[in-house]
Design a protein around this ligand. Sequence first.
Ligand SMILES: [Zn+2]
Length: 127
Amino acid sequence: MRQDDRFELYDLRVEVVAGERQMVCNHREGDYFELRGENLSFPAGQSFPLYPLAALLPLLPAKQRRTHPNDWMTSDAEIACPDPHCGARFRITRTGISAFRHSEVTRVPLAACGESRVSAESGEAPA
Ligand SMILES: [Zn+2]
């Protein structure tokens, strides 16, 4: 019998929303990209500036995962453009849930993960 190795991640949409100040970078209100698993997708013909993308990337894997209701990562969804003169905001929305299989996204066996999971729960460093 095949071990059930499924897990779920939220699908995300990141959309440019207008802030209180004028935008400076090459983004327009309504521009967006989507993230499903590890794959970003952009609408055909739409570009997205490098620096805001670089600022957004570290947050996206956390937003893909279930977070505690009291965690700011759960409640906060708008990120400011890293250009201090630009008024753009980027709204991160959880648009759906996709299922993946551990065996299809890594070569590390689940048993090896289980050992570190037990160590994490007990608060002890892995041996
Ligand atoms: Zn900007």
